[in-house]
Design a protein around this ligand. Structure first.
Ligand code: NAD
Length: 364
């Protein structure tokens, strides 16, 4: 039996492992029998990812005696919809798959969120395995069980919590990821350092160039550390009722910016990069952190060519969108603000005036 490195997500009777490493897919498929005795598998993927890795996955399944069917979506947020979920549900219902059959989500966060949503609904929950192929999905979206589809009235508006039985993060798949997608994932990597681990922040600063160029020695380290932090936070607050909020560092302004630009101008990670700088400006305005912390975060984001400002024409739209954030209480947005690098607090009662001052600092 092959050996795999993993991080465990501690959820008592629903513990699961995030397996990670280069070229681990064969070994993961070999271990599938530990998760289900059923030999029928259903794959959800997007056309870019399936063109790269579909035939490998199919060959491995065949070699281990599985049969499969698949549904391949068009890349992009439009596919993360109720309509697409219904098409997939119809397909697996027509096949009458058992709830023990495995649904494999091969792709980025869009594929994983959509497939997880389907897995949660099918016969009240079928075996679900995340096979993330973007950096963002490997460090963030595949872990923690948040699954959702978009609605015309908002992103991720229909969703639930449904944990996978395992995550198979094959780092070899990252080699074909476009640089802009790699960099967008780095914003989430930096997020983990700022919320929980100052030493990890130093590591990111020291290794910034190697990280940018996906050095094969540093990549496993950053995946492991991010997954450890996410697993710990999710283990303590699976349902997002308290601590898990800290994972939203940079996301309050980030989401508002995505919304204000119709989800077309910024990748999620790019908007989060701007939002993290915004959160640091807010913390500065409230006297919580010194300027040096903000400068260091900005420097690292700029070194990775992530945005740290937005267009002044968007200020009013961003302010309005902030009031409609999913996590707002009343119209009061919730912010995750650093006290220092490696430690954040949740703040709810920041005046519109201070928020506006922060946004003014953020514009080009
Ligand atoms: N569930 C959660 O906890 C959570 C957390 C963060 C983000 N998200 C969601 O994740 C989504 C964004 O995910 P994403 O950034 O992974 O985007 P994505 O799934 O759209 O993937 C980005 C692009 O990269 C391509 N791609 C993926 N893997 C590839 C590979 N290995 N080689 C070549 N191309 C590849 C895809 O086809 C796509 O064009 C958003 O919908 C967001 O809401 C969810």
């Amino acid at each position: 039996m092959c050996k795999l490195q993993y991080v465990e997500v501690p959820l008592k009777e629903r513990n699961y492992r995030i397996y990670y490493g280069y070229d681990i897919l064969a070994c993961c498929v070999q271990k599938l029998k530990e998760l289900t005795k059923d030999k029928e598998v259903f794959i959800v993927s997007d056309s870019n990812v399936y063109a790269q890795y579909g035939s490998l996955l199919e060959k491995l399944l065949r070699d281990h005696g599985y049969t499969w069917d698949s549904h391949i979506i068009r890349p992009g947020e439009k596919s993360k919809s109720w309509q697409e979920a219904e098409i997939i549900l119809n397909k697996i219902l027509e096949k009458n798959l058992s709830r023990n059959s495995a649904l494999l989500a091969l792709g980025g966060g869009i594929t994983g969120d959509l497939a997880g949503f389907v897995a949660a609904l099918y016969k009240r929950g079928m075996t679900f395995i995340q096979v993330p192929t973007t950096l963002l999905a490997q460090v963030d979206s595949s872990v923690g069980g948040k699954v959702a589809v978009n609605h015309p009235l908002g992103k991720n508006m229909l969703g639930t919590f449904y944990q996978p039985a395992a995550v198979w993060a094959d780092l070899s798949t990252l080699q074909t990821l476009p640089q802009a997608e790699w960099v967008a994932g780095l914003a989430e990597v930096l997020k983990y350092a700022v919320i929980k681990d100052e030493a990890f922040f130093y590591f990111l600063e020291e290794q910034a160039d190697k990280i940018w160029s996906r050095d094969a020695e540093v990549v496993p380290h950053i995946i492991r550390r991010c997954c450890q932090i996410k697993a710990q936070v999710v283990g303590e607050d699976e349902r997002d009722e308290g601590l898990r909020n800290i994972l939203n560092f940079g996301h309050t302004i980030g989401h508002a910016l995505e919304k204000a630009t119709g989800f077309t101008e910024y990748r999620h990670g790019e908007a989060v990069a701007v939002g993290m700088v915004g959160a640091l400006y807010l913390a500065e305005l409230l006297g919580m952190v010194n300027r040096e912390s903000t400068d260091r975060v900005k420097r690292l984001l700029e070194q990775w060519q992530l945005p740290t400002t937005f267009s002044s024409s968007l200020i009013e739209d961003v302010l309005t969108s902030l009031q409609y954030d999913k996590k707002s209480l009343g119209k009061q947005p919730v912010f995750i603000l650093p006290e220092k690098l490696g430690k954040v607090v949740i703040k709810r009662d920041i005046s519109r005036e201070i928020i506006k001052q922060c946004l003014i600092k953020l514009v080009k």
